[in-house]
Design a protein around this ligand. Sequence first.
Ligand SMILES: [Zn+2]
Ligand SMILES: [Zn+2]
Length: 140
Amino acid sequence: MSEHTYESMHRFLRESRGSAVGRPCVAPGCDRPATGWGLIGRPTTIDAYGGDLVRFSKRPEDYAPLCSRHNSQRDGGGNWLLCPHGHVRTIWGATVKGYCRGCDRMRKRKPRATITEPPGAHAGNHAHSGTDTNTERRPS
Ligand SMILES: [Zn+2]
Ligand SMILES: [Zn+2]
């Protein structure tokens, strides 16, 4: 019985199923050519590869042709529909590197920055707008 590492698993895939490069990406609605075999199933193993920890599966059926964007998208976790933080992918989209735009925005946002509230979040809208310094009290 062969114990696959991350590297040997990908070699095995190429040898048994041929190269995935140039095949259509299996992600729904994606028409980009694949750049290699990507994990679409659940990872079963964690291995050290190139100084990084990689999650991979030893089951060949867990792999399918993926374009570079969807490959890194899957590496980040989540599923086709939602990113690991629950952003709907078709709404948020992805950065050039394949990361969720919603998460990207969360990362860039400062922790204490103002939270954009959806319209109607306030029960009673303030009649006047402008600089709202409501917590400031004038000394009497
Ligand atoms: Zn794709
Ligand atoms: Zn996200």
